[in-house]
Design a protein. Structure first.
Length: 392
């Protein structure tokens, strides 16, 4: 773990983020003011190692900061997690003695913003396969494909992308590379009008004919789980543990709102507030019991990763399980909070209404339920993760 004192965002900044969250959601607008303030406060440098001018937070430390921001502004925390999972990955590689992505740390220290271009229609195994084509040419690769869920679209400087090089059909390769915003051959389609996490502004990026030189190609690995080297595993660790902490924070916020409301809400049939109603107490107890299981699980996994615990081939299972647990339990908690709101939660002026929609987005984040169950079961059974057929 880092020996540095972990910087904390001041409450005034976090409260301003919280105050703007409803407006961003209602207007379907990117969290630009949040982004500007957080960047100015050094939030985007938290995972940059001290040697490069940052604070050097580990995954376990950054997860707690992500959670703290998400309690106030979930969508803002989700999109900034995309930046940190690239910078955190590069920091972990650097600490392991792999300097292939040191340039990411150098650029991040200079203020560049990184985002992720991995989601693709028709690809339920992100990172490990791709519907985007990567063609090897002199000096680099050319990419053609469509990337969705591109959080930070208005502000990213670098988009991490991947594509499949199938020039050898028997041995397809996945090419991981980074596209600078000034690169020619791509366009952005404003497709982001969705249920929840609206302030992330996660528009589609169309790679029409994008050339990325070799110096920004980070990995060329076999397709499938067999090609999941430390670089790929780091993406899963930083992305999924960030997601887990965002949705954990949403659940905590929903519980706090419910506790506050129950103490104030009255009923014509009760002499005391609704907090004295047995079924309200039962529902709140269910929420607390569920919430209490999330924190220890995701914190243990993040700490094991940060401390270099050797889980070997079980790491994929541990990462997807932690994310799945946090998201599914958080969804149950927020859904119960809406039940206990007595109908007020349906109104747009209720924060619970927004949290309910934001919480549902977690189940779309990779790994989804089907892939999570496949990974967990195959590892438990000792079956090769790439074994075919998968389902049919």
């Amino acid at each position: 773990m880092s020996t540095l004192t972990v910087p904390r965002l001041n409450d005034e900044l976090l409260n301003r983020c919280a105050e703007r969250a409803a407006t961003y959601d209602r207007e379907n607008r990117f969290c630009q003011e949040d982004f500007d303030e957080l960047k100015a406060a050094g939030y985007l440098l938290l995972t940059v190692p001290p040697e490069f001018g940052g604070k050097g937070l580990t995954l376990a430390e950054m997860a707690k900061e992500t959670r703290r921001l998400a309690y106030h502004a979930p969508a803002t925390a989700v999109c900034l997690n995309m930046h940190h999972y690239w910078v955190g990955l590069a920091a972990d590689l650097y600490r392991s003695g792999d300097h292939s992505t040191d340039w990411i740390l150098e650029r991040a220290a200079q203020g560049d913003v990184f985002a992720a271009g991995h989601a693709e229609s028709g690809n339920d195994v992100p990172l490990l396969y791709s519907t985007t084509t990567a063609t090897h040419v002199k000096g680099g690769y050319r990419f053609q494909g469509r990337k969705s869920f591109g959080s930070l679209t208005p502000v990213w400087d670098w988009l991490g992308v991947h594509g499949m090089d199938a020039s050898d059909p028997d041995n397809p390769k996945i090419v991981h590379a980074f596209m600078h915003r000034d690169t020619a051959g791509y366009s952005i389609k404003q497709t982001w009008d969705v249920l929840g996490m609206r302030a992330t502004r996660s528009d589609d990026t169309i790679l029409e004919d994008v050339f990325i030189p070799d110096n920004y190609v980070s990995r060329v690995v076999p397709a499938g789980f067999g090609g999941a080297d430390y670089f790929v595993l780091c993406v899963f660790a930083w992305a999924l543990m960030g997601f887990a902490n965002v949705y954990y924070a949403i659940a905590q916020r929903a519980l706090d709102l419910t506790l506050e409301a129950a103490k104030k809400k009255t009923s014509i049939a009760l002499q005391h507030p609704m907090s004295h109603h047995a079924e309200i107490q039962h529902g709140i107890a269910d929420m607390i019991l569920e919430l209490d299981t999330i924190g220890p699980h995701i914190e243990k996994i993040a700490e094991d990763w940060s401390n270099g615990v050797d889980h070997g081939g079980q790491w994929p299972e541990k990462l997807v399980s932690a994310k799945y647990h946090a998201v599914e339990s958080s969804w149950q908690i927020v859904d119960r909070a809406l039940d206990l709101s007595g109908g007020f939660g349906m109104f747009k002026k209720s924060e619970l209404e927004r949290l309910f929609r934001d919480a549902r987005a977690g189940r779309f984040h990779p790994a989804n339920s089907a892939l999570t169950h496949e990974i967990v079961a195959k590892i438990g059974l000792g079956i090769n993760l790439d074994e075919q057929p998968r389902w049919g």
